[in-house]
Ligand binder design. Structure first.
Ligand SMILES: Nc1ncnc2c1ncn2[C@@H]1O[C@H](COP(=O)(O)OP(=O)(O)OP(=O)(O)O)[C@@H](O)[C@H]1O
Length: 512
């Protein structure tokens, strides 16, 4: 590239106490490019994004955007830098319009009447979400994917010169991701520098013009578009350059074909206006739940984990003595060793005021650590250490707040919590959201080992690539019930897409 840079970072370092988040990091980006920032969890991506946004001040080095340093978030905003942070930052108590225009007084609202704001908001959200939404609704009542769109639309409305997206597609399904890409390409074509931080490799390969790879806070390579492949990224991201591929699973695994199902649901309706369906899960089986957003798969996962109740029908689980027991609530799920991992860690996963260890121990103290009301810290620490090693959790002192961990590492603590509770069934709702590629593969391997030892897995994902070579069966939801179940070799992208759009098998679905 010979044109002037829009962003130039030289020798950037940033420490948080003992933790070195960025170390002598260099980075260049240009107008009119989509530039991906890639790296393992905790490699410094968000710290770099926050430094560019004026949210964090660095220790040494220089950060220049359009030739001068960024001094504060206000300075960044005034100079056309808009950042969509990893955590979905909305005011739950305020309505959609107020959330879209928050903090833009005197900038966007410049001479704009309320009616104009409404028109503008309606237009952008129709384009992004794919359908109109109630602009006067309290944002707290809206699902996570809509909240994510509100945050994205807020940034686009500022007509940024630099747009930074830190894991912003993580809560979006396939169609929505494509709509986001259209927005990104539109901005790029207008000369905007778009930085994307993502662990979704398929997305990155599709949209990025270049990629900078961070390892332990240092940029270790820059790839041009034609060089961006999963193998090359992994090689640079991990010191050892490990090679990964989830071992394909043999569908004809006799252990679960003959075994009685551990979980059965008959004529289950996830809500009052959806069709009933049946579901079975054998010991040793990994079942994927797929579907476009809001097709009932999320609700079904919650019902299985005892978090939500079905409109009709019942979920039955065999207890350890082989007796059928209903899962009617959290206590049943707990007694039957059905564990839950949420992908919405901010809302229903972490306890932000609590330490890393407390967040881990919270889910397991009743069974493992509690004796006469006392917490056996030594045992807890042993268990935690095992999980830290297994899932390669990058953590400082475990008495630090959970929020001191990078997003992906917070997610790993939640996954470790579920594993440590000796589950017989694990229900995971988009658990790999924000988790790096290497760890995703480690997670698949752990879940496969768990299944081989007789455990059962229900794995909901908004990223269909996750099921390939991993799930024994994928149940695809349309309009609140299972539209098609795909097994073994049938689990491939085209077939899953066709099912997600309610099309006959063999239909090629073109995503707009
Ligand atoms: N406020 C903080 N206090 C203490 N440590 C922090 C803080 N913010 C970040 N860190 C540490 O700095 C390192 C880099 O974190 P950062 O969030 O930049 O990583 P990341 O590459 O964005 O990770 P992820 O992919 O998981 O989001 C991590 O070890 C993290 O624990």
């Amino acid at each position: 590239m010979t044109s002037p840079t829009s962003i130039q970072v030289r020798g950037l370092s940033k420490r948080f106490g003992e933790t070195r988040a960025l170390a002598d990091c260099n980075f260049d980006a240009y107008p009119g490019e989509v530039h991906a920032i890639v790296g393992e969890n905790g490699s410094g991506k968000s710290t770099l994004a926050k430094t560019l946004s004026g949210v964090l001040m660095h220790d040494t080095g220089t950060v220049e955007v359009f030739g001068s340093p960024v001094t504060s978030p206000i300075d960044a905003r005034e100079r056309g830098i808009a950042t969509i942070f990893q955590e979905v930052l909305v005011a739950d108590e305020a309505n959609v319009i107020d959330n879209l225009y928050v903090g833009s007084d005197g900038l966007l609202s410049n001479g704009k009447s309320y009616a104009e704001k409404v028109r503008e908001a309606d237009e952008i959200l129709r384009r992004c979400v794919g359908h109109p939404i109630d602009l006067r609704a309290n944002v707290g009542t809206l699902p996570l994917n809509i909240k994510q769109w509100i945050v994205i639309a807020r940034a686009i409305l500022r007509q940024p010169k630099v747009l930074i997206l830190d894991e912003s597609s993580a809560a979006l399904d396939l169609g929505a991701t494509n709509r986001l890409h259209a927005e990104i390409e539109r901005l790029r074509d207008q000369g905007c520098t778009v930085l994307i931080v993502t662990h979704r490799i398929a997305e990155l390969v599709r949209i990025a013009d270049r990629a900078t790879i961070l390892r332990d806070g240092t940029a270790v390579g820059v790839l041009e578009k034609h060089e961006i492949t999963e193998a090359r990224l992994l090689e640079l991201m991990t010191q050892a350059g490990r090679t990964l591929a989830a071992a394909p699973v043999a569908f004809s695994d006799p252990s679960f074909e003959t075994a009685p199902p551990i979980i059965t649901a008959r004529q289950l309706c996830v809500s009052s206006d959806t069709a009933p369906f049946d579901f079975e899960l054998q010991p040793g089986m990994i079942v994927g739940l797929a579907g476009l957003d809001g097709q009932g798969q999320d609700q079904f996962a919650r019902i299985l984990a005892g978090i939500a109740a079905p409109a009709s029908g019942q979920v039955i689980c065999l207890d350890q003595a082989g007796q059928p027991k209903p899962i009617s609530g959290l206590d049943d799920a707990y007694d039957l060793h059905v564990s839950w991992v949420s992908g919405d860690r901010k809302r229903e996963g972490i306890f932000p005021q609590r330490s890393i260890f407390e967040n881990f121990a919270m889910g397991i103290y009743r069974r493992k650590l509690g004796f006469m009301g006392k917490v056996d810290r030594r045992l807890g620490h042993q268990l935690f250490k095992k999980e830290v090693d297994r899932l390669k959790i990058k953590t400082g002192p475990i008495s630090n707040r959970i929020t001191s961990l990078s997003g992906g590492n917070q997610q790993k603590v939640l996954i470790s919590r579920a594993f440590a509770d000796e589950p017989r069934v694990i229900v995971l709702n988009d658990p790999a959201r924000g988790v790096d590629l290497g760890t995703k593969r480690d997670l698949y391997r752990e879940l496969q080992a768990f299944a081989r030892s007789g455990g059962s897995v229900v794995y909901l994902s908004s990223e269909i690539e996750e099921f390939l070579g991993f799930a024994h069966r994928v149940d695809v939801f349309v309009n609140g019930s299972i539209f098609r179940s795909l097994e073994g070799a049938m689990i491939e992208e085209e077939a899953m897409l066709a099912a997600m759009f309610g099309q006959p098998l063999g239909t090629h679905v073109e995503i707009a």
